[in-house]
Design a protein. Sequence first.
Length: 247
Amino acid sequence: MSKYLVFLLTVFCFNVVAQKTIKHNMTQKVLLANMRKAADPKDVSKNWKTLIIKMEMSIPMQQLKISATGMYKFPDKSKSIAVIPAMPTVTQVFNGTQAWKETGGLGIQMKTGIQLAFAKFECKKTNPALKLTEIYEKVTLDPYLYKKGKFSCYKLTCTLPADLQVASTQIFVDNNEFLIRHSIENQLTEMGAVPVSINLSDYRMVKGVKTPMLMNMNMMGIEMIGKILSVKINQNISDSEFKFPGK
């Protein structure tokens, strides 16, 4: 499972109902193994210490483009930066113990309680070396196939830790190449828990991991398109990148 762009899923949302089709005889153990092999055939991600992703996000309706950067230092540090023309830059950080959002010119908002716990969970999700069963409390394979666009997909329901008070994640995996084509999550935001959905396409091999280069998203009826511009692995990232401002 590619987790390059998990940091974006806290922002863009919509909900799509999948159409149930026929029963299958796939076992969960075999499916998870096939997913792992499809995404990371040589098991290279276990050697990743750092990851830097640069993306371009566009909102056609508003003719707006956003530059987004995600920085990850495994196992417990993450930082995302969103640069929007004529708007304050938004930076979100989890440094292993603290989490906060900094908005240019408007100050810092600390994350505490459930928000802090959720930031820790989201950082854990970005680690490509972890299996789904190591991230979620429980993973369950639905007995039916589901139609998602042109794909016939298996559906996995992934249960988050109970203390996060957030509904389960649904992941749809095509029954041919075993790649994730669609996911639906409930993210904890300033507006509360909201459903988040993303379609993944244009898979390419990047640094040994098959990665979706194109993401079609929608937030409350607003279409958004995300494209990966670059991926850097195991470059030095100083801990100062995740240091709380002023310390």
